[in-house]
Write a protein that binds this ligand. Sequence first.
Ligand code: GLU
Length: 315
Amino acid sequence: MTAPAEAPATGTGAPPACRGRFAPSPTGPLHFGSLVSALASWLDARAHGGTWLVRIEDVDAPRTVPGAAQDILATLARFGMHADEPPVWQSERSERYQQVFAQLEDGGFVYPCGCTRREIADSLLHAHARHTTLAYPGTCRDGLHGKPARAWRLRVPDGDAAIITFNDAWQGLQTQNLATEVGDFVLKRADGQWAYQLAVVTDDADAGITHVVRGADLLDSTARQIYLQRCMGAATPSYLHVPVVTNELGEKLSKQTGAIALDTDNPLAALHAAAAHLGLDMGNNVRSESLGTFYRNATRAWSERLAQLETREQT
Ligand code: GLU
């Protein structure tokens, strides 16, 4: 297997039309943190005159809460965010993930891993004590050593080829060494579930997503996703990671950290708070009278924010 090269620029000159998306995991109702991501991706698509899609990320069946996806979609509609195409459900795409996985296997990018969680945790503990890498040590790279296959991993390259660099439109230049910071990562889990990384990259590629806008908690996954795109021969979209919303303990808002569902009776209050979190200058700070006014002002403010971020890049 040779490390895949960066995908060459394709096409006949004109950049593809902007396609953005919001990809919630249905583990609970929409909360303020996920509203911020939804709003940012919506505004970004609109500011680029593009299309906005919704994908329900229910690939992780054990974590999916029944009814949560419908609840999220209803809340988005109540807040005035309507997807331009029918939502995609990851739970309906297993066959497609299998197809992509088989292609990666054929390309020699994937190998079976027989390590148990316990064995990996032990080797990481030893590595920690020795102050060496915390990445998966590659125990099964050259064979299963008589153990049964549990998970399937993508082989990351060694040396300079492992360094992935990208420019995040909000967070600036990012670099990650996949070999030393991540290691060969799982595409198919021991419980038979497809891993998030494989599903996201396949879905974004199939939907022709050009602009990924999401929370900064996913910044750390991006290098893996870019490498996977290269292995699959898929184009790399542009990335923009917005600051995550945290609680008073500094933890990312989630169901586990006590995020409460949004007050759907008062969408404008929550939307203004989300715009403030994104640092949008909404003019004289007067509450918009309608969702239409809010989105018009917020789209203008988002474009200004993007221009500011770009200027910062150049200075
Ligand atoms: N499903 C992920 C989440 O809810 C988002 C994935 C993405 O936007 O790429 O955190």
